[in-house]
Design a protein around this ligand. Structure first.
Ligand code: NDP
Length: 264
């Protein structure tokens, strides 16, 4: 299927590793030009150069912390200056948390609110005017199955991701008249370096190897019995970014190997 993404400009946040990197590579493979951001400039620059070399597409890396208003303004300005605007925004940057509600301070809530929710709000305000001028666009929010089915150890993550899903729906209603399609993807277990790092620590307490720990998590949670690879998930992101998904508006799609325990 021709996904009709040649010549499109896509901005992916948190794109130097994991899911964001796989989405960026998937879009590049379809001929899109890329604006990628992350905080660690060295890793970002390395991945941008590699994608440009391997896919023969234009890739601009911009160091930006999406939880900071000024960084977002700078990011959007660079995209505007170097590409004349963007057609696709993938709000992917995010991370898990670990706390109890009784112990977590306001500052922690605020930092996750800025990272998961305000980044999407602010980027929408920055890019929608440019998408309007270009005749339309696509915005995808990467939330999590935890927005619907919370994990016990991360209430701040669960709550802010749930807010992101609602924001996505509201934005979808507001901008579809401008031919801008907004949707959310709620992934389940996706094997990224973050999971490997946690497994290396947590498996020690249980006297098992990191791989055994990860296998146990997958078997206990997802009926499919394994993690997804970032590439496996990225294919769905790329499809939703494509004009081939033209009737997909304001929805939340689960890509979770069957982990969600209710009918949506
Ligand atoms: P990783 O930790 O593997 O990668 C996160 C990426 O985001 C990195 O490129 C990181 O680079 C960047 N990043 C982190 N914080 C910021 C920030 N404040 N500003 C800009 N960039 C940032 O994460 P995953 O690929 O696992 O997760 C990506 C998204 O998918 C997250 O939103 C996560 O909640 C969601 N998700 C992940 C699941 C999983 O199982 N992996 C399941 C469900 C949802 P740098 O550190 O240099 O900034």
């Amino acid at each position: 299927m021709d996904l009709q993404l040649k010549g499109k400009v896509a901005l992916v946040t948190g794109a130097s590793v994991g899911i964001g990197l796989a989405v960026a590579e998937g879009l590049a493979r379809e001929g899109a030009s890329l604006v990628l951001c992350a905080r660690n400039e060295e890793r970002l620059a390395r991945e941008c150069a590699r994608i440009a070399r391997e896919q023969g597409t234009r890739v601009l890396g911009v160091r930006a912390d999406v939880s900071r208003t000024d960084d977002l303004a700078g990011l959007a300005a660079r995209a505007e200056r170097e590409f004349g605007g963007i057609d696709i925004l993938v709000n992917n940057a995010g991370t898990g948390s670990a706390e109890t509600i009784m112990e977590a301070a306001d500052e922690k809530w605020q930092s996750f609110w800025d990272l998961h929710v305000m980044a999407a709000v602010r980027l929408a305000r920055l890019v929608v005017p440019s998408m309007r001028k270009r005749g339309g666009g696509v915005i995808i929010h990467n939330a999590s199955i935890c927005a619907r089915q919370p994990l016990w150890y991360e209430p701040i993550y669960n709550t802010t991701k749930a807010a992101l899903v609602m924001f996505s729906k509201c934005l979808a209603n507001e901008v579809i008249k401008d031919n801008i399609r907004v949707n959310t993807i709620n992934p389940g277990l996706v094997m990224t370096p973050d999971w490997r790092k946690s497994a290396a620590i947590l498996s020690k307490d249980q006297g098992i190897t990191p791989d055994e720990y990860l296998d146990r998590i997958a078997k206990e949670n997802a009926p499919i019995g394994r993690f997804a690879s970032p590439e496996e998930l990225a294919r769905f992101f790329v499809f939703l970014c494509s004009p081939c998904a033209s009737y997909c508006v304001g929805s939340t799609y689960y890509v979770d190997g069957g982990w969600l325990r209710v009918v949506e």
